[in-house]
Design a protein around this ligand. Structure first.
Ligand code: TYD
Ligand code: MG
Length: 455
């Protein structure tokens, strides 16, 4: 090795940032203690530069490119199809990330089952579990067809050979952190291995038009490279989220070359694998307390889908000099801002009160349309007045205490009516667009003082 050229480099396990020296914090993603040392064992691509080559690639005019009409096919789960942008695109590379134990293997095995029973050839390659372990999981899920092939392997050269020989339509790699290629000398799970493995899989996917689902564990400890390292290489990135203590799981697209990234899919983990939750609002509102202060139902949009969730607030006198504020499922700073608006504009003296805000069910809501409901529940808890349980509200609250318009008001109102709510509180500027909503009374509000008067 030439003098001064290091034989190892440091990679960030979170984002893949490369550095010649170790640092405590990654300058790119600001994560602490994620840089690990790895050897650079790549052969350089020599012979590329210099005199003109015979087989240099030729550019094509955009008008001459023929459009490959990719016909998508369904996974057999509408919730997942929606997140994928309307089904699986042949030859695409999909990364499914999530915490260990959240249900990634279960989800993909169920997809395999559905595809195989549709007559498609599917291969599930596991580097984590033995064949009998996969079989045990499969038995919980249901009956499987012969079209599903299982393989336990971690060496990518073997995997490539098997895949090219059997030519399945869909391949699942569970998980990318267990796979290794002989071309790279570092250990499986390291940044360079994970990248190399994905590159090889990308090659297979594109050359044979095989859809590859890659499972990637998200690790807080940073012992293996996280899926963020690969986000730019794959076509679609799905994150499988959920609360360990809750049975529902959400699939969210973080990147999608073939569809929108706003959509979510909701599932529930049961004893027989994952079931789709086609009406999440009903699910989120189950178990709502009756006649309780500080509780209010809001309508937020998840992509193109409206979702009703309960906002809970608890405001009580602080035992200490500095009041505590806590927000779960909603932006902490937004809660502070809304409390400041309530204090200044409405004269509610909450400066000496602790406040705890929670979105019931463990959902995360970042939409400004939840502001109105958050304010109402804070006021309700502070004053001790119960908000009637047949009201749904949505609207953004501005710094002067005005209630501002939000998008999709008619879709939100329709969802509230569908779930049997009798009154809908919304910004006055949105009132015209819900004029044709039948079955519920419309309460149009212009400012927070209107809200307090109405309640
Ligand atoms: P798994 O798919 O192995 O998670 P991952 O691949 O993301 O690490 O899911 C494991 C969890 O799911 C485990 O805690 C058991 C639970 N589970 C059920 O509750 N019901 C089921 O039918 C199955 C198959 C798993
Ligand atoms: Mg797994």
């Amino acid at each position: 090795m030439a003098k001064g050229k290091p034989s190892t480099v440091f990679f960030c396990n979170e984002c893949g940032y490369e550095s010649s020296k170790w640092m405590g914090q990654c300058p790119a993603c600001k994560a602490w203690n994620t840089l690990v040392e790895e050897p650079v064992g790549r052969t350089s691509q020599s012979g590329r530069s210099g005199a003109s080559r015979i087989n240099a690639p030729e550019p094509t005019s955009v008008t001459e490119v023929s459009l490959e009409s990719y016909c998508r096919y369904n996974t057999g789960m509408c919730e997942l199809d929606r997140v994928l942008g309307g089904g699986i695109v042949p030859g695409s590379l999909v990364l499914v990330g999530g915490d260990p134990g959240i249900g990634k293997s279960t989800l993909l095995l169920q997809v395999c089952r559905n595809l195989a029973s549709d007559g498609r050839k599917v291969m599930y390659i596991s580097g984590e579990e033995s064949l009998s372990q996969i079989k045990m999981r499969a038995m919980r899920i249901g009956d499987f067809s012969d079209n599903l092939l299982l393989l336990c392997a971690t060496n990518l050269t073997d995997i490539e050979e098997v895949v090219r020989k059997h030519r399945p339509e869909v391949v699942i790699i569970d998980s990318i952190q267990t796979m290794y290629s002989d071309n790279v000398s570092s250990a499986p799970g390291s940044v360079s291995q994970v990248r190399e493995a994905t590159n090889l899989l990308l090659g297979i996917a594109k050359s044979e038009t095989i859809t590859v689902f890659i499972v990637g564990h998200v690790t807080k400890e940073g012992t293996v490279a996280g899926p963020r390292v690969l986000e730019h290489m794959v076509d679609t990135v799905l994150y499988f989220e959920g609360d360990r203590y809750n049975s529902y799981r959400i699939v969210r697209a973080a990147k999608n070359r073939f569809g929108s990234t706003n959509e979510i899919g909701v599932f529930e983990m049961g004893s027989q694998g994952l079931t789709e939750v086609t009406n999440p609002s009903e699910y989120m509102l189950s178990g709502r307390p009756k006649d309780s202060t500080g509780s209010c139902v809001v309508c937020a949009m998840e992509g193109t889908r409206p979702m009703l969730v309960e906002v809970q607030a608890l405001v009580c006198r602080s035992g200490f000099g500095i009041p505590r504020r806590q927000a779960t499922g909603i932006d902490y700073n937004r809660v502070n801002l809304l409390m400041a608006v309530l204090e200044k504009r409405m004269g509610l003296k909450m400066g000496e009160c602790d406040a705890y805000i929670n979105i019931a069910g463990g959902m995360k809501m970042n939409e400004p349309a939840t502001d109105l409901g958050v304010c109402a529940s804070i006021v309700s808890s502070f004053t001790g007045k119960v908000i009637p349980e047949d009201i749904v509200m949505f609207g953004e609250v501005g710094l002067s205490g005005e209630v501002r318009s939000v998008s999709y008001s008619n879709i939100r109102a329709a969802e509230a009516v569908k779930l049997g709510f009798k009154r809908i509180m919304l910004p006055a500027t949105n009132a015209a667009s819900v004029a044709d909503i039948r079955g519920a009374g419309i309460i149009a509000v212009e400012s927070l003082s209107d809200v307090i008067r109405e309640l």
